[in-house]
Write a protein that binds this ligand. Structure first.
Ligand code: PHE
Length: 366
């Protein structure tokens, strides 16, 4: 049993210990020394039993007051310590975000990624949103819904890679899946999933069994689709003109719309941009020669109907833009096949430093 001690002194002692605690463990030690099972105040409480009732009441009250004061001081000290510990930690872990990056360590952005990001940025600024679909498709999304009838020669034009037949199972019929030959199946997926008005672009990989100087079996496209009640061919032309001029940074870039054929658009057109081929070098601009860069047209009513869109009310346009060719033209990359050879030296030369990306959406010449 502890001897009764002078409470004012005890209080001063304990408060001094609390305020001297320099960190959380020291504060916890001070708390245990005062209020713990064997703490000074707890010991004093235990000694109350030996007093007569009136003395016990008075001393009990006084002890409780000391206890409250100490507990309060501990809480206050705790909050102050937490604050200064946080401040210390913030200071220790401070990051100077203005320091230059060390780009060498984190590799390069592939020109295809860079080019697609630029294309996406330009279309997004016009109000398009990005949609995606799978690389592995079925006949319905890649062909049938896009108005390619069974046995239609346009199917052969696509040199499709087919996956091994998938036998009928779980109540699903046998199916032959394929690698999508264009990004147009994303049109179908979007129209099946969303109601008009629709305004999407779909960047992604596409596949055709083709390999020579100007073809690789995997390549990239950016699809565009606009469906509403009033969009017409004039909007299509304006949209693509704006895009091409912004992408190539040539304000007076001429565009030529040549009649063409795609099963899923009517009328259909191929778009050429102005260029020059002087000295065996292609230069983009108003030089009198032409270079094809994309296919487009007004969405065929059969496609709208196959996708559950009322073709008597809705109409719109679609386009499919290659990525590799514009990338080669814009960045002076002479050979298509080098894109996919995974040669680090090539990437070091043609790749882009992260955070060093030209901002295509800020206007011409930027
Ligand atoms: N899907 C076509 C192709 O890959 C391009 C295209 C898309 C044409 C949309 C018209 C409309 O050749």
């Amino acid at each position: 049993m502890a001897e009764p001690v002078d409470l004012d002194r005890l209080k001063d002692d304990l408060l001094a210990q609390v305020s001297a605690a320099a960190d959380s463990p020291a504060l916890e030690a001070a708390r245990v020394a005062a209020l713990g099972k064997k703490g000074a105040l707890t010991q004093q409480m235990k000694s109350l039993g030996g007093l007569d009732p009136e003395a016990r009441r008075l001393r009990g009250q006084a002890l409780n007051a000391v206890k409250d004061a100490v507990a309060e001081a501990i809480e206050a000290r705790k909050a102050a310590l937490a604050e200064s510990e946080l401040a210390d930690r913030l200071e220790r872990e401070r990051v100077d975000v203005t320091l230059p990056v060390r780009p060498e360590r984190v590799g390069r952005i592939h020109p295809i990624s860079q080019t697609m990001a630029e294309m996406v940025a330009i279309f997004c600024e016009m109000g398009f949103t990005v949609a995606e679909g799978p690389d592995i498709e079925d006949d319905f999304h890649n062909f049938a819904a896009l108005n390619f009838p069974d046995g239609h020669p346009a199917r052969d034009m696509h040199d499709t890679f087919y996956l091994p037949d998938r036998p009928a199972a779980d109540g699903k019929p046998a199916e032959r899946l394929l690698l999508r030959t264009h990004t147009s199946p994303v049109q179908v997926r979007t129209m099946l999933a969303e109601k008009p008005p629709i305004r999407i672009i779909a960047p992604g990989r596409t596949y055709r069994s083709d390999y020579d100087m100007t073809h690789t079996p995997m390549f990239h496209q950016v699809e565009g689709l606009v469906i509403d009640e009033s969009t017409h061919m004039g909007h299509l032309k304006g949209c693509l003109e704006e895009f091409c001029r912004s992408f190539f940074g040539v304000e007076d870039l001429p565009l030529r719309f040549r009649p063409s054929y795609f099963p899923f658009t009517e009328p259909s057109a191929e778009v050429d941009i102005g260029c020059s081929r002087a000295d065996g070098q292609i230069k983009i601009g108003n030089y009198g020669d032409w270079l094809e860069i994309l296919g487009c047209g007004m969405v065929h009513p059969n496609v709208l109907e196959a996708c559950g869109v009322d073709s008597s009310r809705y109409q719109g346009f679609a386009f499919g833009l290659g990525v590799e060719r514009p990338a080669m033209l814009k960045y002076g990359i002479p050979d298509l096949r080098t894109f996919f050879e995974s040669d680090v030296r090539w990437l070091k030369h043609y790749g882009f430093l992260p955070l060093d990306i030209p901002a295509p959406a800020t206007g011409f010449g930027s």
